[in-house]
Design a protein around this ligand. Structure first.
Ligand SMILES: Cc1cc2nc3c(=O)[nH]c(=O)nc-3n(C[C@H](O)[C@H](O)[C@H](O)COP(=O)(O)OP(=O)(O)OC[C@H]3O[C@@H](n4cnc5c(N)ncnc54)[C@H](O)[C@@H]3O)c2cc1C
Length: 409
């Protein structure tokens, strides 16, 4: 499979091949959005920090996702309220809103070239049932002061001219789209400017507890010591946590994306430049530089792509079902074959919330992972929260207590 589109279009970081330090305050294993965000905030707090990334920064899910900065996860607000209760649902929304705002501010302030379009998002109802749930969500959001607009089926074509067969649409003005690989590599450059070391081609093979911190060993035999270590390897290196906690609490699942070649201008203009999804976000789509990019349908095959760790190939059955989805809902694209496909591995947890904080019974060992397919909604702010925990002993946002790994202990 050729390199995924967003990774191909994102300039890599300059190589750092200086010798590793023998000791560092904080070692972060994994250079996706979680590891890079944590490094950025720690470096800005004056902490000595080193990221060890097995491949290139953003090589895995962080450079292979759809770049949708969503609010409130895939579940509509009524379902979030149902799962968490009203107060925690409000807190979760506030946390994600702050995350998205902080990312937009950082991109603007740092002048990162990453195709950010802060034009909001559309949640389309794929069935009458989903539209009824959007109505329930809308009523709760209105009471909680969350900006949105709910439109009936008759108005869908006005906001998304190419769309057919949807039952209504919820507009969320705070959402955005971005080129994810370019964004994360941009954050990595800023982290370096703040003093972080980010070393690529540095696969970690062991993290062992010592009297004062941890000893880290790399596949090429290099090693170093650190006071604190942070696991930011999603579900890709659970064995590095010798306690078995991560293996027990985090599970992999694979997502698949396809992109057309560049569309004729008039056709591309039928898609607004914003985040779009349907079917409770199981299917998601957007335009990127005049290509139509669509993902989802993992639910449509036996096993739902759960437990898969191989992102070097795609599933033809998922491809066929995504093709049928596009032809049904966007007939204007029927003559536009998929020109690209790629997959990426995500990390799930039992309650669909991330793990952020100290691992139970492992002093000095932290994790930030398990975003359940919504890493762009959490990870930037979550890196800041984790930096607060490491530097000040406590995170400032009350929602962070709900992300503590000890909830599963
Ligand atoms: C198809 C798809 C579509 C998605 N769409 C969206 C979306 O639109 N919006 C959204 O919010 N989220 C989306 N996501 C989810 C999002 O991409 C993830 O939640 C997020 O990227 C996770 O970031 P991470 O840093 O935890 O993990 P990753 O990006 O997977 O990073 C983990 C890093 O650890 C490194 N690593 C692994 N083992 C080792 C080791 N032994 N030593 C050193 N390094 C190691 C890996 O190389 C990797 O770079 C999507 C995901 C996929 C796959």
């Amino acid at each position: 499979m050729p390199a995924p589109l967003f990774l191909r279009d994102a300039p890599p970081l300059p190589i750092d091949d200086a010798p590793l330090p023998t000791r560092i305050d904080v070692a972060i294993v994994g250079g996706g959005i979680a590891g890079i965000a944590t490094a950025l905030w720690l470096a800005r707090a004056g902490v000595g920090v080193l990221v060890l990334e097995a491949e290139r920064v953003a090589a895995r899910a962080s450079g292979r996702n759809d770049g949708q900065m969503l609010l409130g996860l895939g579940e509509h607000y009524n379902r979030i309220v149902g799962q968490l209760g009203r107060e925690r649902a409000r807190l979760l929304w506030d946390y994600i809103r702050r995350n998205n705002q902080a990312m937009k501010d950082e991109i603007g302030f740092s002048e990162l070239a990453c195709d950010l379009v802060p034009a909001g998002g559309l949640r389309l109802a794929v069935s009458e049932h989903e539209q009824r749930e959007l109505e329930e969500a809308s009523a709760l959001m209105r009471e909680d002061g969350i900006a949105h607009e709910l439109l009936p089926a008759a108005d869908v074509e006005r906001v998304l001219p190419a769309a057919r067969g949807f039952f209504g649409v919820l507009r969320l003005p705070g959402e955005a789209i971005v080129q994810p690989a370019a964004m994360v590599r941009g954050f990595a450059r800023r982290a370096r400017e703040a003093g972080a070391r980010i070393v690529e081609a540095a696969a970690v093979t062991a993290v062992e507890p010592e009297a004062e911190g941890s000893r880290i060993t790399l596949a090429d035999g290099r090693s170093l010591r650190c006071a604190f270590v942070v696991h930011c390897t999603s579900t890709l290196a659970r064995e590095l946590d010798g306690s078995g906690f991560l293996r027990a609490q985090v599970f992999p699942f694979r997502g698949q994306i396809h992109a057309t070649a560049e569309l004729p201008e008039a056709l591309a203009a039928q898609f607004p430049p914003c985040a779009m999804s349907t079917h409770f976000c199981y299917e998601y789509f957007r335009c990127y530089r005049q290509r139509f990019v669509v993902g989802g349908m993992r639910w449509s095959v036996p096993g739902e792509q759960l437990g898969i760790l191989d992102d070097s190939r795609h599933d033809e059955r998922v491809a066929a079902n995504l093709r049928a989805f596009v032809d049904r809902h966007f007939p204007a694209l029927a003559r536009q074959p998929f020109a690209e496909q790629w997959t990426g591995i995500m990390a799930g947890t039992a309650d669909a919330l991330p793990l952020l904080g100290a691992l139970p019974g492992r002093p000095g060992v932290f994790a930030l992972l398990g975003f359940n397919g919504y890493g762009l909604s959490f990870a930037f702010q979550a890196g800041r929260s984790l930096a607060e925990i490491i530097v000040e002993g406590k995170a400032s946002h009350p929602m962070v207590a709900s992300f503590a790994p000890r909830r599963f202990a």
